[in-house]
Design a protein around this ligand. Structure first.
Ligand code: SAM
Length: 230
C-alpha cells in the first residue's frame, strides 16, 4: 500500500511506536532557539512532540495525504517536496529524518544527492540526525495491540542490500497491507556518501539511546552528521 492510501491508517497502525522516546533522544541535539526541519515528517508526530516542548519545527514530505494529517498538528511551514529535489530558501540548525525515510532512496547515488540537499539547507555548525532501518536477515513476526493483529514478513538480500517487507494489519475481520522496498545502507556507505558531499558522521547510535553506539548488528541506526570539508 502506498502512503497515499495508507495515510489515514498510519497513526493507528504505528500506535505502539515509541515516538516519545525517539523525541527525547532528538532533544539531546537541539537548543531552544534552533530552527528545525523534519524531513519525511509523515503525519508529523516527532514534530508535534517537539512543538509541545516549545520547539518550532517545519516539515517536508513527498506525500500530500501524510502532510494533510501533519497540518492538523503542526503550526509551522510544511513543504510538499521530494528530498531529492529540495527547494527551500532558508537554513536550519537541526535537520531530522526519522523512521527509515532515507531507506526509501534506491542507491548510494540518491543518498549522496539527498545528503547534498540537506547540507544546502544546514547552517554552519548545524546538525543532521538521520534514522535508518538496519535488518540483519529475513524473518517474520506476529504481535497484537489495540485490538489489532500485525503480521510482519521481511526478506533481506544481503547482496543487493534490498529489503522487501509486508505488514498485514488485521482488525474486525478487515485486512490492510503495507508493503515496502527499502535500500539498506551500511555505516561505511553513509560515511563515504557524507564525505563525498562535505559532511562528516560524528557519531552512530542505536535504539535512540545516547549511551549506545550503533554497529552493523544494530536493528536501527541514528547518525549524527555535521558539515565537514570536501
Ligand atoms: C515510514 S514513514 C515515516 C514518517 C515519519 N518520519 C515518522 O517517523 O512517522 C516515511 C515517510 O517518508 C516519506 N518519504 C519517502 N520518500 C521521500 C522522499 N524522497 N522525499 C520526501 N519524503 C519522502 C513518505 O511519504 C513517508 O511519509
Amino acid at each position: 500500500m502506498e502512503y497515499k492510501e495508507f495515510a489515514k491508517y498510519y497513526d493507528n497502525f504505528y500506535k505502539n511506536k515509541n515516538y516519545a522516546k525517539e523525541t527525547e533522544f532528538l532533544k539531546n541535539f537541539i537548543h531552544q532557539d534552533d530552527k528545525i526541519i523534519d524531513i519525511g515528517c509523515g503525519t508529523g508526530l516527532h514534530a508535534f512532540l517537539l512543538q509541545k516542548s516549545g520547539f518550532k519545527v517545519d516539515g517536508l514530505d513527498l506525500n500530500k495525504e501524510m502532510l494533510d494529517i501533519a497540518k492538523t498538528r503542526i503550526s509551522s511551514n510544511l513543504y510538499l517536496q521530494n528530498l531529492l529535489d529540495i527547494n527551500i530558501n532558508q537554513k536550519y540548525d537541526v535537520i531530522i529524518s526519522m523512521f527509515a525515510v532515507i531507506n526509501h532512496l534506491k542507491d548510494t547515488q540518491e543518498l549522496e544527492k539527498a545528503l547534498m540537499n540537506l547540507k544546502n539547507i544546514l547552517t554552519d555548525g548545524g546538525k543532521i540526525i538521520i534514522d535508518l532501518h538496519n535488518p540483519q536477515n529475513s524473518g517474520s513476526k506476529i504481535d497484537s495491540y489495540d485490538h489489532m493483529t500485525r503480521t510482519m514478513e521481511w526478506q533481506y538480500d544481503k547482496k543487493t542490500k534490498i529489503e522487501n517487507s509486508k505488514i498485514i494489519f488485521e482488525r474486525n475481520g478487515k485486512k490492510y497491507i503495507d508493503s515496502h522496498t527499502f535500500r539498506i545502507f551500511t555505516i561505511s556507505e553513509v560515511k563515504q556518501c557524507c564525505k563525498n558531499v562535505g559532511l562528516v558522521v560524528k557519531k552512530v547510535y542505536e535504539n535512540y539511546d545516547i549511551n549506545k553506539c550503533g554497529s552493523s548488528i544494530s536493528k536501527n541506526l541514528q547518525f549524527l552528521i555535521c558539515k565537514g570539508s570536501l
